[in-house]
Write a protein that binds this ligand. Sequence first.
Ligand SMILES: [Zn+2]
Length: 81
Amino acid sequence: MTTDTCLKCGSPMGRGEYSCQVCGENEMQDYQMIRNYVRTYPNSNAMQIANATGISVSKILRYIRNGSLSVVDNPSRRGRS
Ligand SMILES: [Zn+2]
């Protein structure tokens, strides 16, 4: 089988994509919302972004891990004295 199914809704989708077209567009909107927030509040962490945007922390963390977003992963690690 070369056809994958969407991890979110189970619809068939092209191979190698994370989600189908419908979910992909939702993802894009989420991503843009996160990015706008990070642009406004560059020092926010995933939890703050989640609270502000209503997007789940795990989803935000995935964007961060992808390298799509650069936010503060763990503020306590920044060596604030
Ligand atoms: Zn889908």
